[in-house]
Design a protein around this ligand. Structure first.
Ligand SMILES: *[C@@H]1O[C@H](CO)[C@@H](O)[C@H](O)[C@H]1NC(C)=O
Ligand SMILES: *[C@@H]1O[C@H](CO)[C@@H](O)[C@H](O)[C@H]1NC(C)=O
Ligand SMILES: *[C@@H]1O[C@H](CO)[C@@H](O)[C@H](O)[C@H]1NC(C)=O
Ligand SMILES: *[C@@H]1O[C@H](CO)[C@@H](O)[C@H](O)[C@H]1NC(C)=O
Ligand SMILES: *[C@@H]1O[C@H](CO)[C@@H](O)[C@H](O)[C@H]1NC(C)=O
Ligand SMILES: *[C@@H]1O[C@H](CO)[C@@H](O)[C@H](O)[C@H]1NC(C)=O
Ligand SMILES: *[C@@H]1O[C@H](CO)[C@@H](O)[C@H](O)[C@H]1NC(C)=O
Length: 744
C-alpha cells in the first residue's frame, strides 16, 4: 500500500495545486544546510529504530521548487533510500514507508515498530509531492493544556513525531516570558510589578493573548531560566530538521504598571474575559498610534531575535476572544498595520501568522474582517483557519480577502478526554478549500487546544496533509487497526469501523466539548445529547474486549481498550444521571439511594481503577511532572496548585469550571465522585425535607468540594497500578449487560 490511495501510481506525482503562489512567502525556507538536515533526520531514525536504522539511507537535498517532496526506492543491497527536500520531508517519507509498507505506527499513546526482515521491496521508485506549502501544528493554548510541564526528553519525542507527521511550520512559544522580563525591566517596571502581572505556568497562553494577568503566579527566576534553555533546545532541533519555528511578537498588551510609568500614554482597558473579574483580566492595550507601540515592539523583537535568531514568521493575536474598542474599519486597519510594522521595523522580511479564531465572533462583519486583513500587505500574513473542521472562515471571507491561509483541524478543546472526531469533514474540507474559487490556501494543519487523546484523528489529518484527493475512510481505518496493534484481528477491525461510524463521525452538529455529565458540576439540566448511535459504541466495546485475548501485549491496544471502556462508562454515567433525575421527580428515595450507591460506590471507583492502570491516564503524572520542574518547595506547591486548578476550577471561582476536564485515575475518585455524592445526598435531603432542589445553593457547596481538591496535597501514583486487561474484563462482564438492557 502507498500513501493517499496511490497504490497503482508508482510514478511521479506532481503538485497539481490550484493554490495561488505567493512570492512574498518564498523566503520561508529552512536555513539549515542539506548536511545538517541529513544528519538530524538520521539521528531521528536511530532514536526511532535503533539497530534497524542501518536499513535506511536518508538524505536531504534542497529542491529548486518550493514544494516539499520525498522519494522512496529500494536499493540493490536491500536497504531503502529516502530522499527528502528537507529533514521533515525525509522524515515523513520514512514514516510513509514504515506505515504503508511495513505496517508500523507511531502515536502519542505508543509505538508499533515491528519491522519485517528483510525490508519489503518497493516495486519501483515512489515520488510524493506535498499539495501545499505548509503543514502546520499547534494552538497557542496547547502550551498551557499539554506542554506546560514538559522537559526536553518529552519535547524531543514530540518534535520527532512532528517530523514524521510532516509538520514543517509550528509555534515555538516556550520561554518568551524571560524575554518580556528583560523588556519590562528596561522600560522601568519594578520586579514586584512584573511579578504581580505574570500568571502561573498553567495559564501563560491567555496572558500572552491579553486575556488575563496576575492569576496563579508569579513566575520564578528558575522557571524563566529553565524555559529559556528548553526553548534553545527546541529551536535547535526544529531548525536542524528543516521546520520553521514561529516566534511570538508584540500584540499591543502592556502591564498595568505601564500607566504608572507613562501616565500620559493612550492606553485602553479592554473588557473582562472568561468570567474573570478585572483583578485577573481587563488587560491594557496600547494605542496603535502611540510611539511606544513601535518602541516596545522593537525592544521585544530585538531582544527575542538576539536570543533565539529567527526564521521570519511571527505570531500575534490582538483580538482573540476580545472585542475591539471600535468597529470602525479605519481603526482596525491601523491596529493590524501597527502590529505588522512593529515586526518589520526589526525584521524586514517578517511574515505575520495570525489565528483566525476571532472571526468566529459576530463582531467581525465583512467590512471589519477585510479592514483588519488589509491593514497588512497581501501575502505578508498567513491566517490560520483555526476551526475549519467545524466552521471554515475562508468560506465567508472570500478566502480571507486575498491573504494566504492554512486549513486547520482544531478538534480538541481544553485537552478533554472523550472520543471525538469529524472524519468525513476532514477528509473533504481541505480538498474543497483548495478548489474554492481564487483560493489562497497554502497549507493544512492541526490546531488542538490539548493533545494526547484521539490519536487516530491526528494521524488521519496529518496523512491528509500529503494527499491530493480524499482517502477511502473504511479502508484507511481497517489498515489503522492492523498497524496500530501489529496484527490483524477481526474484532479490532470491526471495533474501529464501528467507532468511525459513530464517535468519530460527527456530521450533525457542533460538539466542541466533552459535555458528559460525568465531568461537569451536577445540576438537573445537564445535556446528555449525543452525535452518534450509542449501540455502535457499545458494540465496539464488545469487539475490543473480544480482541483482548489476542492483542493484550500491545501497549496501544491496552490504551484503546481503556479508552473505549472509559467512553462506555461515560455513557453509562449519563444513564445513571437520567435515572437519578427520574427518581427525584418521582419522589423515590429508595431509587435515589440505590442509583447513587451504584454510581458512586461501584461505577466511578471501577473507572478510577481502570484509568489508574494505564500511564496515559494518571492524575499523578500530571502533578508529578509539574512539581518536578520546580527548584524550591514553594514553587513545587505553586505548580501543583496551577496543575490542579487548571483541570477543575480554572480560575479563582470556577470561572471556566471544568473546561479542561480530564478523565484520569485519581481525579475520578477525588473530584468527580465526591461531587456526585454531594449531588445525590442533596437530592435525598430535598426529598426528605420536601423542598425543591436549589441550584444556586448547590453551586456553593459544590464549590467547597472543588476548591478542596485544588488546594489539598494528596499524592497520587505516577506509575500505573493493576492489570488493565483484567480490570477491563471485569468491568465488561459487570456493566455490558446493563448497557444492553438500556438499548433493548
Ligand atoms: C486615544 O486613542 C484613540 C484611538 O486612537 C483616540 O480616539 C483618542 O483621541 C486618543 N486619546 C488621546 C488622549 O490621545
Ligand atoms: C476578583 O475576584 C477575586 C477572587 O474572588 C477577589 O479576591 C477580588 O477582590 C476580585 N476583584 C475585583 C476587582 O472585584
Ligand atoms: C477570482 O479572481 C479574478 C481575478 O481577480 C476575478 O476576476 C474573479 O471574479 C474572482 N472569482 C471569484 C469567484 O471571486
Ligand atoms: C473503500 O474500500 C473498501 C474496502 O475496504 C471497499 O469495499 C469500498 O468499495 C471502497 N469505497 C470506495 C468508494 O472506493
Ligand atoms: C458517517 O456518517 C455518514 C452519514 O450518516 C455516512 O454516510 C458515512 O458513511 C459515515 N462515515 C463512516 C466513516 O462511517
Ligand atoms: C443504532 O444502531 C443499531 C444497531 O446497528 C440499530 O439497530 C438502531 O436502529 C440504530 N438506532 C438509530 C436511532 O439509528
Ligand atoms: C478534602 O479532600 C480530601 C482529600 O481528597 C478529603 O479527604 C477530605 O474529606 C476533603 N474535605 C472536604 C471538606 O471535602
Amino acid at each position: 500500500m502507498a500513501p493517499c490511495g496511490l497504490q497503482l501510481l508508482l510514478l511521479i506525482v506532481t503538485a497539481a495545486s490550484a493554490e495561488i503562489r505567493f512570492p512574498t512567502l518564498a523566503h520561508l525556507r529552512p536555513a539549515a544546510s542539506d548536511e545538517e538536515q541529513t544528519e538530524a533526520v538520521q539521528e531521528l531514525c536511530r532514536r526511532l529504530l535503533g539497530s534497524r536504522a542501518g536499513d535506511f539511507v536518508l538524505t536531504v537535498k534542497k529542491p529548486r521548487a518550493e514544494a516539499e517532496t520525498f522519494e522512496l526506492r529500494s536499493l540493490p543491497d536491500g536497504r531503502v533510500s529516502v530522499l527528502g527536500s528537507s529533514g521533515v520531508a525525509a522524515a515523513s517519507g520514512l514514516y510513509s514507508y514504515l506505515r504503508d509498507f511495513c505496517g508500523c505506527h507511531v502515536s502519542w499513546s505508543g509505538r508499533q515498530l515491528d519491522l519485517p526482515t528483510p525490508l519489503p521491496r518497493l516495486p519501483g521508485p515512489l515520488w510524493v509531492t506535498a499539495p501545499n506549502r505548509f503543514r502546520y501544528y499547534q494552538n497557542v493554548c496547547v502550551y498551557s493544556y499539554s506542554f506546560v510541564w514538559w522537559n526536553w526528553e518529552r519535547w524531543e519525542k514530540e518534535i520527532d513525531w512532528m517530523a514524521l507527521s510532516g509538520i514543517n511550520l509550528a509555534l515555538a512559544f516556550t520561554g518568551q516570558e524571560a524575554i518580556w522580563q528583560r523588556v519590562y525591566l528596561s522600560l522601568g517596571l519594578t520586579q514586584a510589578e512584573i511579578d504581580s502581572f505574570f500568571v502561573g505556568p498553567a495559564y501563560l497562553a491567555w496572558e500572552r493573548m491579553g486575556n488575563m494577568h496576575s492569576w496563579a503566579g508569579p513566575l520564578s527566576y528558575s522557571w524563566n531560566t529553565n524555559q529559556l534553555n528548553l526553548q534553545h533546545q527546541i529551536l535547535q532541533r526544529m531548525r536542524s530538521l528543516g521546520m520553521l519555528p514561529v516566534l511570538p511578537a508584540f500584540a499591543g498588551f502592556v502591564p498595568a504598571a505601564f500607566n504608572r510609568l507613562f501616565p500620559k500614554e493612550n492606553v485602553t482597558r479592554l473588557s473582562s474575559w472568561g468570567h474573570l473579574n478585572c483583578s485577573y483580566s481587563c488587560s491594557y492595550l496600547l494605542d496603535s498610534e502611540s510611539p511606544f507601540f513601535q518602541q516596545i515592539g522593537k525592544m521585544f523583537q530585538l531582544e527575542l531575535i538576539q536570543e533565539f535568531g529567527t526564521d521570519h514568521v511571527y505570531s500575534a493575536d490582538t483580538f482573540n476572544e476580545m472585542t475591539p474598542r471600535s468597529s470602525d474599519p479605519k481603526y482596525l486597519s491601523s491596529i493590524s498595520n501597527a502590529v505588522f510594522k512593529s515586526m518589520t521595523q526589526v525584521d524586514r522580511s517578517a511574515i505575520w501568522l495570525m489565528q483566525g479564531w476571532l472571526f468566529q465572533s459576530s463582531f467581525w462583519r465583512p467590512a471589519q474582517v477585510k479592514a483588519l486583513l488589509h491593514g497588512v500587505p497581501l501575502g505578508r500574513m498567513i491566517i490560520l483557519d483555526l476551526f475549519a473542521d467545524s466552521r471554515p472562515a475562508y468560506l465567508f471571507t472570500e478566502s480571507f480577502y486575498g491573504q494566504p491561509f492554512i486549513w486547520c483541524m482544531l478538534h480538541n478543546f481544553g485537552g478533554n478526554t472523550g472520543m471525538y472526531g469529524t472524519v468525513e469533514t476532514i477528509n473533504r474540507g481541505p480538498f474543497e478549500a483548495r478548489a474554492f474559487p481564487n483560493s489562497t490556501m497554502v497549507g493544512t494543519g492541526i490546531t488542538p487546544e490539548g493533545i494526547e487523546q484521539n490519536d487516530v484523528v491526528y494521524e488521519l489529518m496529518n496523512e491528509i496533509g500529503w494527499c491530493k484527493e480524499p482517502l477511502n475512510l473504511s479502508k484507511w481505518v481497517t489498515s489503522y487497526a492492523q498497524r496500530r496493534y501489529g496484527k490483524k484481528n477481526d474484532g479490532a477491525v470491526t471495533a474501529w469501523l464501528l467507532l468511525f461510524q459513530s464517535v468519530y463521525n460527527n456530521t450533525f452538529y457542533r460538539q466542541d466539548h466533552n459535555k458528559s455529565p460525568l465531568v461537569h458540576r451536577p445540576s438537573l439540566k445537564l445535556d446528555t445529547s449525543l452525535w452518534y448511535n450509542k449501540s455502535h459504541l457499545y458494540e465496539a466495546w464488545k469487539h475490543m474486549q473480544m480482541a483482548a485475548s489476542e492483542l493484550y501485549s500491545s501497549e496501544t491496544f491496552r490504551y484503546d481498550l481503556v479508552d473505549v471502556t472509559r467512553q462506555s462508562v461515560q455513557l453509562l454515567t449519563s444513564e445513571f444521571y437520567e435515572d437519578l433525575k427520574l427518581a427525584f421527580f418521582k419522589h423515590s428515595l429508595v431509587g435515589l439511594q440505590t442509583l447513587g450507591n451504584a454510581l458512586i460506590h461501584n461505577l466511578l471507583p471501577d473507572l478510577d481503577d481502570l484509568l489508574s492502570s494505564d500511564k496515559h491516564f494518571l492524575l499523578g503524572h500530571w502533578l508529578e511532572t509539574a512539581r518536578s520542574l520546580a527548584a524550591t518547595e514553594k514553587d513545587a506547591n505553586l505548580y501543583e496548585f496551577n496543575a490542579r486548578n487548571q483541570i477543575t476550577l480554572w480560575g479563582p471561582n470556577g470561572n471556566l469550571l471544568d473546561y479542561a476536564n480530564k478523565q484520569w485515575g485519581g481525579l475520578i475518585n477525588d473530584y468527580y465522585a465526591p461531587r456526585w455524592e454531594l449531588f445525590v445526598s442533596t437530592l435525598v435531603i430535598c426529598l426528605e425535607m420536601r423542598v425543591p432542589f436549589n441550584q444556586a445553593h448547590f453551586n456553593q457547596i459544590s464549590y467547597k468540594v472543588e476548591q478542596n481538591f485544588t488546594i489539598n496535597k494528596v499524592k497520587y501514583p505516577d506509575k500505573p497500578l493493576g492489570n488493565t486487561i483484567e480490570i477491563a474484563k471485569k468491568m465488561f462482564l459487570k456493566y455490558y449487560p446493563q448497557a444492553m438492557k438500556i438499548i433493548n
